[in-house]
Design a protein around this ligand. Structure first.
Ligand SMILES: NC(=O)c1ccc[n+]([C@@H]2O[C@H](COP(=O)([O-])OP(=O)(O)OC[C@H]3O[C@@H](n4cnc5c(N)ncnc54)[C@H](OP(=O)(O)O)[C@@H]3O)[C@@H](O)[C@H]2O)c1
Length: 322
């Protein structure tokens, strides 16, 4: 099979397409023919040496996708060869074939195509965690969503709106305004330098927002803090783009609540993974959640997908097609 490996820590030029033997499923594992692999900032983080450093190089990148069951290891029940399934947080997805534990798989309903299924695994479950668990958005809440035209930002915007909130979206360029608007953002601020706070305060009669969703790196942190109203919530989530460094807790203003939200806490068990993915599939089937595929790339062009995401030119979800 072909797979995309990182040969070492560095830029997109450290990705190589190689031939490898097909993996063999062990007990309780399944061999999957990968139809679609999702591209996530996390993959860029792995490539930059921020995560999975304990796994030796060359390692196959990618953590999510959709495909078909090709074979089983011992002890697997409840699946047939040919079943359509999706997964998240399983290393090695930038490949034609992948072995994953059976309990990490979710069945894809007939109403959902492979690309849509792959697109919502990481970013959909993450957005669902942030807006329904970490900060359960209430009707009337105003949310500030950073990178609102990105895959995660578009889904967050839609889930906030589904729950009766309104959204101020921040994007880095005029070229992204339409994508954020299509996702349902009520107001859009164009800013890539961390100067958005005054605009947010002006849009909220000086009060600030109920919740900020910010994974956009150190440049936005202070501004996001200042854009919150009293007792507001700061949902911080971006280890790859970087954090603010150590914080003196006594410097936090206005009784705000600040936390690092991690998508895995939404799906800590196979039952919750299935339940919460099924809710996303239902929202899509009912037309409540729309997925914008911002780019599809052949597997061999994974480096171009990384470069597009890192250069801040992409919108929506990027996918690799083996
Ligand atoms: N904590 C968790 O559980 C979790 C889960 C998934 C993702 N994440 C984090 O969420 C963020 C988005 O990741 P994603 O995979 O979901 O992709 P994504 O939403 O498609 O994000 C891409 C967006 O990131 C922004 N961006 C790109 N390069 C940037 C840079 N150098 N500085 C600041 N912003 C930049 C761009 O928005 P603008 O150009 O409009 O600013 C772009 O639209 C990442 O920080 C990732 O680590 C966290």
């Amino acid at each position: 099979m072909r797979a995309v490996v990182m040969t070492g820590i560095g830029g997109a030029d450290r990705l190589d397409v190689v031939e490898r033997p097909d993996p063999i499923p062990g007990p309780d594992e399944v061999l999957i023919d990968v139809a679609v692999a999702g591209v996530n900032f996390m993959d860029i983080g792995v490539r930059r040496g921020i995560a999975w450093t304990e796994m030796p190089n060359p390692k196959v990148l990618g953590v999510e996708g959709a495909g078909r069951i090709a074979a089983f290891g011992e002890g697997v029940s409840g699946f047939e060869v040919g079943d359509r399934i999706a997964w998240v947080y399983k290393p090695g997805s930038y490949a034609e074939r992948l072995v994953a534990p059976a309990d990490a798989l979710v069945p894809i309903p007939d109403t959902i195509d492979d690309r849509t299924a792959a697109a919502i695994m990481m970013q959909g479950l993450t957005a669902s965690h942030f807006a329904t668990d970490f900060y359960p958005v209430q009707p009337g809440d105003v949310a500030l969503v950073h990178a609102a035209a990105g895959g995660l930002g578009q889904l967050l915007t839609q889930i906030v709106k589904l729950r009766g909130g309104s959204v101020i979206g921040r994007v880095s360029s005029e070229a992204k305004v339409e994508a954020a608007r299509r996702a349902g953002a009520d107001h859009i601020i164009v800013d890539s330098e961390g100067r958005f706070t005054q605009d947010v305060l002006a849009l909220t009669s000086g009060e600030g927002v109920h919740v900020v969703f910010d994974g956009s790196g150190p440049k936005t942190f202070e501004g996001s803090l200042s854009a919150l109203r009293r007792s507001g919530t700061f949902c911080w989530y971006g280890p790859v783009l970087g954090g603010p460094g150590p914080i003196d807790i006594m410097s936090l203003p206005k009784s705000i609540k600040l936390g690092y939200a991690v998508f895995f806490d939404h799906i800590p068990t196979p039952a919750l993974l299935r339940e919460r993915t099924a809710r996303l599939f239902d929202w899509i089937a009912q037309g409540k959640l729309k997925i914008e595929i911002g780019g599809t790339y052949p597997l061999a062009e994974a480096a171009r997908a990384h470069a597009d995401m890192e250069s801040r030119h992409s919108t929506g979800k990027l996918l690799l097609i083996p």
